[in-house]
Design a protein around this ligand. Sequence first.
Ligand SMILES: [Zn+2]
Length: 233
Amino acid sequence: MEIVAIPAFDDNYIWTVVDNGRAIVVDPGEAKPVVAYLDAHDLTLDTILLTHKHDDHIGGVREVVEKFGEVPIYGPTEVSTLATEVVCDGDTFELWGVEVGVARTAGHTEEHVSYLMADALFSGDALFYGGCGRVFTGDYDAAVEGMQYFAGLDDGVKVYAGHEYTMTNLRFAQSVEPDNDAVAAAIEEVVALRDAGEPSLPSTVGREREVNLFLRAESVEEFKSLRDIRDGF
Ligand SMILES: [Zn+2]
């Protein structure tokens, strides 16, 4: 099982799990790069996972399905017009004999979910490398609950986030915690990856514990004040 990043728009990644000529596509916001990748690698579309309702995560679904045919589409209630399987917090299902867990990681949108497939976390716009999504709903309680879910995962869990926002997130973290050596080391590593044209992702939950201030926030107030500073950064 291999997980590849299909870049889309300016900074989205459409994560695609590949095995045995089949593909599970997470958040196909744009159809064109997905079709190109699957065609180029002779892959069959097997399943689509959706984390939330924003267009840059779901915009390509219909076109991808038109091209490759109907497949199971998992997603929360907010994408129920597209989803064939509506999922909510605590649900589990199996893909290719591997259990996939669903967690509500809302706040960015009302019903945003994340998927944990073996040691791969697809966190959409809830958790980024070094940061988290904007809380468009204003529901900071939900956002912090999501952070607590992420913080409860094993250090080795790999974080496949929806956007390449890493460098700005780490610069923000460094501005708040100038003496954080882990942040400085991560910046160095990410600069090298980006200079080489590679994604900075996946991160790991262990890494996030060191560099992600949102994951470490101990109260809703602390989370919100960090979010406010980040929004103006
Ligand atoms: Zn979003």
